[in-house]
Design a protein around this ligand. Structure first.
Ligand code: LR7
Ligand code: MN
Length: 599
């Protein structure tokens, strides 16, 4: 075992800057909606001079400083090297190999080293909070399988650097039997020689992240367990607000805001405050906060309840973790455990919250870089266990969604069923109506009709006006193709309903944020090109304008509905015997004449 990692100089990044490359950054919300949303940004120019020279023919690069102010900064050559501006052919090999093995830019990660300064992303109200000194000590459990050493050790050091020592019992580094070169050896040696508060341990065989976490938790000594992925960076005062909530009530399980570390640039991007949900395929997704919650000024700095969690980053009282049944050890490698734990917490008397004053960055990779040793689709097997233990009759929606997963063997669940009984856990029905009333059910055609709160009630404060959107040329009205509650549904023109259901399904709400909302959560949105057309679709409202912001405008007297983000206007297009709504360059054209008939 060579000490390569050991001998590498570990250094403090001198600057709070990050490199920008021409890539967009996707927030958790946008990632989930399968659309890439590019945010144009402007950076101040930074003048580059080589150290030791007075060379004024220096190159200029666009960089961003921490506060995004217009400043001229002078960087020396080693800083440029750190930021990835200088690349040798060897560097390119590191980068390419890094993408192959880890699915992110390992070259920049290596250059950042094990410590770097981060912008304090918290809401100003959080920055002035004072936390009790009588908080419990935490054991931080970080499981890893074939992680890039620089990302792993930066995770560890960020915890050591940004956690008050008296609150940190230990860090448990659980190596899930990594088999990449001599990675395990390097990490073990580095920990032994440098890090006293860290305990390195290795599973005898690959366990998968669920059993690896159980293995770590079993050896933890702190009063609170904190789980982190192996490619995270914790931010200022990240732990105190989590521990505070657990002290308030030991059944609170708490999750930080998960900021985005860009996989290509390692740039840290603040995430909006969103909560966890799921779809009927049992995939985790981010949900917007219900509007009445989002509008409350206290929300930005106070805990908010969340129906589910993403899974990787959370804190929980240690005795409560065991009392609640650890994890389901029948689950393999990856997937499903996050919803299992979320359902279990809520159904068995606990509470799951997002704590906005705690921020932790996580590298969002474009793919999962490791396999599952021929264990197949572990997510499907694990989800079948979740459905059969926790979801009662509602599991039928998952089965339907998955299409014939019935013959997949998901092992023995009797222990977990017994656990549910022993803890007197509530039904899934209770969970849906009390914790996740925003969730909609698929109907018999596989789309969602469920009754959620009437739009008027939920949107009251934000609605400017409501009414049917009429195509003035034909006198027809805009509505969803299948059902008003179906996400991704295309939009069509139909006879304008005069009353009842027909009319209700055509009532749009125009909000102060320029959204056009049908039902209470679905927004008029632009879908990227399909078969030559950009179709209008109903997408979950994300609240960040862009493709969901609409402006009524006039061209030569014709009233048009214009989307500034794409520069296009709503258009009626005949296709397969229906009139679909698409988008095109705005013209004073009869296809594009729309008006809102205000109610
Ligand atoms: O066999 C394995 N053994 C492991 O120890 C496979 C993985 N792991 C480790 C791995 O090195 C990493 O540290 O387990 C951790 C999580 O694996 P990732 O990073 O590949 O998972 P992910 O970030 O793609 O996926 C999310 O969903 C997972 C479902 O099983 C886990 O709950 C992850 O922890 C979770 N990550 C997050 O919640 C971070 C925020 C992302 C979001 C949204
Ligand atoms: Mn991860």
């Amino acid at each position: 075992c060579n000490d390569e990692v050991n001998s590498k100089v570990s250094f403090q990044s001198p600057l709070n800057v990050t490199v920008d490359q021409p890539t967009g950054i996707r927030s958790p919300v946008e990632q989930n909606s399968n659309r890439q949303h590019f945010i144009p940004r402007k950076y101040p120019f930074v003048k580059v001079i080589q150290k030791g020279t007075n060379n004024d023919n220096s190159e200029c690069h666009d960089l961003k400083d921490q506060h995004n102010e217009k400043v001229e900064l002078h960087y020396d050559i080693s800083t440029l090297n750190l930021l990835g501006f200088i690349e040798t052919p060897e560097d390119q090999i590191i980068r390419d190999e890094g993408y192959r093995s880890h699915a992110f830019n390992v070259l920049i990660s290596d250059r950042l080293g094990y410590h770097r300064a981060l912008p304090d992303n918290r809401h100003p109200n959080c920055q002035s909070k004072i936390y009790s000194t009588k908080l419990p000590r935490a054991s931080v459990i970080i499981c890893f399988y074939n992680e890039a050493p620089s990302a792993l050790l930066r995770t560890v050091h960020s915890v050591l650097d940004r956690t008050p020592a008296f609150l940190l019992q230990e860090i448990l580094l659980v190596d899930d039997n990594s088999d990449l070169d001599n990675l395990s050896c390097q990490i073990e040696a580095y920990v032994k020689n440098n890090l006293h508060k860290v305990r390195y341990m290795r599973t005898a065989t690959r366990q998968g992240l669920i059993r690896a976490r159980m293995y770590g938790a079993n050896q933890a000594e702190g009063e609170v367990l904190v789980f982190l992925d192996s490619h995270c960076e914790v931010n200022t005062d990240w732990l105190q607000p989590l521990l505070t909530r657990i002290i308030d009530n030991r059944v609170n399980v708490v999750v930080p805001v998960i900021d985005i570390i860009n996989a290509d640039t390692m740039e840290l991007q603040n995430s909006p405050l969103v909560v966890g949900g799921f779809n009927w395929g049992l995939h985790f997704r981010w949900d917007q906060l219900p509007v009445h919650v989002r509008d409350n000024p206290d929300v930005a700095s106070n805990p908010v309840k969340s129906p589910t969690m993403a899974g990787g980053l959370f804190a929980m009282d240690r005795s409560y973790y065991f009392e609640l049944g650890e994890y389901d050890s029948g689950m393999d490698i990856w997937g499903g455990e996050n919803l299992e734990l979320s359902f279990r917490i809520w159904q068995c008397g606990g509470r799951l919250e997002i704590v906005p004053c705690s921020h932790v960055g996580h590298i969002f990779r474009k793919r999962r870089p490791y396999g599952s040793y021929g264990e197949g689709d572990t997510m499907l097997k694990n989800s079948l266990r979740v459905a059969n233990v926790w979801m009662d009759d509602y599991k039928k929606y998952f089965y339907k969604q998955r299409q014939q997963p019935t013959d997949v063997s998901y092992g023995d669940i009797s222990d977990r069923v017994a656990l549910r009984k022993r803890l007197h856990c509530k039904s899934f029905e209770w969970y849906l109506s009390n914790v996740y009333p925003e969730q909609v059910l698929p109907n018999s055609e596989g789309v969602a009709p469920a009754v959620i709160h009437p739009p008027e009630k939920r949107l009251k404060t934000k609605v400017l006006r409501k009414g049917q959107i009429v195509h003035t040329t034909s006198g027809l009205c805009v509505q969803g193709e299948k059902d008003i509650y179906a996400k991704r549904s295309m939009l069509i023109l139909q006879h304008c309903g005069q009353a009842g259901k027909e009319k209700k399904y055509q009532i749009w709400h125009e909000t102060v944020d320029s959204e056009l909302i049908l039902a209470s959560v679905l927004c008029l949105d632009v879908e990227s090109k399909e078969q030559g057309h950009s179709f209008a679709r109903l997408m979950k409202c994300h609240g960040s304008k862009g493709s969901q912001a609409w402006v009524w405008t006039k061209k030569s007297g014709v009233s048009l509905l214009y989307n500034p983000a794409t520069g296009k206007c709503l258009k009626a297009t005949n296709k397969s015997k229906r009139i679909y709504l698409t988008f095109d360059i705005c013209q004073d054209n009869t296809d594009m004449a729309f008006e809102m008939s205000v109610q």
